[in-house]
Design a protein around this ligand. Structure first.
Ligand SMILES: NC(=O)C1=CN([C@@H]2O[C@H](COP(=O)(O)OP(=O)(O)OC[C@H]3O[C@@H](n4cnc5c(N)ncnc54)[C@H](O)[C@@H]3O)[C@@H](O)[C@H]2O)C=CC1
Ligand SMILES: O=C(O)C1=N[C@H](C(=O)O)C[C@H](O)C1
Length: 232
């Protein structure tokens, strides 16, 4: 598979390393001060950049007819607009707040727990996410996806980073050197606490999942999710 990399930071470099090991070729790379190769030679593009440039990067791929997998977080206010552009261009697109297989299974466990705990009012749900100190957005995209999963199955209507009301899920975002991504959902009562945690040991899971999604998407048209890729 011929891959274009839009964004060449920690994730772009990790994807390059693992894609080459798996026999794929990188035909285009774009970072903030780097542009190498030709986007139109790619079978598929993988976009992990910054919130400010994600929409322009993804749109460019649609306009050039290149299927695109995006993992950049923090730009989702523009998700509807991107969907419309994708449809108008007859494009191919997958966004996931987290491409690791483990987190996508964790999303399912989260929904199961939310459904199970919904009738038990004595448990109050909250969440903690911990990431490296360079991370630009808070809370993480994964934490937002987890909160959305809880909201679908409970009386919670929103999430917040501070002073939660009864209808809000409090998310605590911590930034600690070198942490790759740890998400914990807590159901706390006066008697006990139930915790569900996913901890990434490296960025390999995110990168492998993005390559898998790219390979799955390259011959399809339309808008999909990582759940479609994994069939879960
Ligand atoms: N969905 C997932 O599984 C995962 C998502 N992420 C998200 O991916 C994004 C990138 O993460 P990292 O690689 O750790 O960040 P990073 O800060 O190491 O890299 C971002 C890169 O984007 C580049 N960039 C800036 N302007 C650009 C432009 N106009 N076009 C192309 N590239 C540009 C920067 O130069 C930098 O190299 C973040 O939003 C992060 O939250 C990170 C890990 C997993
Ligand atoms: O910025 C990161 O590093 C990560 N970002 C994603 C997010 O915002 O959820 C996924 C992962 O947790 C790592």
């Amino acid at each position: 598979m011929k891959i274009a990399l839009l964004g060449y930071g920690k994730m772009g470099k990790k994807i390059e390393e693992l894609a080459k090991q798996a026999g794929h070729t990188i035909v285009y790379k774009k970072g903030s001060s780097l542009e190498e190769g030709s986007l139109n030679k790619a079978d598929v593009a993988i976009e992990f950049s910054v919130p400010e440039t994600a929409v322009a990067n993804i749109t460019r791929c649609f306009e050039e007819g290149i299927p695109v997998v995006s993992g950049t977080t923090g730009w989702l206010d523009h998700y509807k607009k991107i969907n419309t552009i994708c449809k108008n261009c007859n494009g191919s697109f997958i966004y996931a707040s987290n491409f690791s297989v483990g987190v996508n299974l964790f999303f399912k466990l989260n929904e199961f727990a939310a459904k199970l705990l919904a009738p038990w009012d004595e448990y109050e749900v909250s969440m903690e996410e911990i990431h490296h100190i360079e991370k630009k957005d808070a809370p993480s995209g994964t934490a937002i996806s987890l909160a959305e999963g809880i909201m679908e199955h409970s009386n919670k209507e929103n999430w917040t980073l501070e002073n939660p009301s009864e209808k809000e899920i409090e998310i605590t975002a911590k930034r600690i050197k070198d942490v790759k991504g740890t998400h914990t959902i807590m159901y706390d009562s006066t008697i006990d606490c139930i915790r569900l945690t996913h901890e990434a040991h490296s960025r390999d899971g995110f990168a492998k999942g993005a390559i898998l999604a790219a390979s799955w998407l390259q011959d399809k048209k339309g808008i999909y999710t990582m759940q479609d890729v994994l069939g879960i």
